[in-house]
Every structure is written in structure tokens, then in C-alpha cells.
Design a protein around this ligand. Sequence first.
Ligand SMILES: [Zn+2]
Length: 89
Amino acid sequence: MCPHTPACPDATAQDREAARTLVSHPDQGWSLLCNGIVIFEDTGELLPSGDTIAPHRPTDLSFQQPAFHQPVIFTPEPPAAQGSQAPAA
Ligand SMILES: [Zn+2]
């Protein structure tokens, strides 16, 4: 039972990772959250029900491969074909 006010999200809630940390072992790469979830440093999770959630977030960023390496070039919409618009008044 969660003693916090407001109560931590339940283990089945969408925001379950927002529960407070009760025990943290960064040397071993895991933490126990208030709602019973064991969360690992690779963002994988072990739920109280025994179910697992695979790692789902990147844990490091490579400077060799930036997320956005293509320049964004603005290209205006091509002009509409004649006759497809109402004529200007
Ligand atoms: Zn709590």
C-alpha cells in the first residue's frame, strides 16, 4: 500500500513509472518503485504480476548518428492547377 499523498500511480497505470523509488541499486542497475515495479536501468520493467516490459526508451545518444542529420528544406506547395479554384473577385 502506498503511503504517499497523493498516492503513487498503480502498477497497471499508464504513468506507473512516476511512482516514488523505495530502493535504488544503481550499482546493480535496478530500482524498486512504491507500486512494486522493479525498473531496470535499460528501462525494462518487472511488474508485480510477474509480467515484464521490454526496454522501451533509448538510454544513450550517439553523437556519430544524430537523430536529425538531414537539413529541413521548405518547399512551398505547387500552385493549384488553373480552374480548380474559384476565380478571384
Ligand atoms: Zn507511493
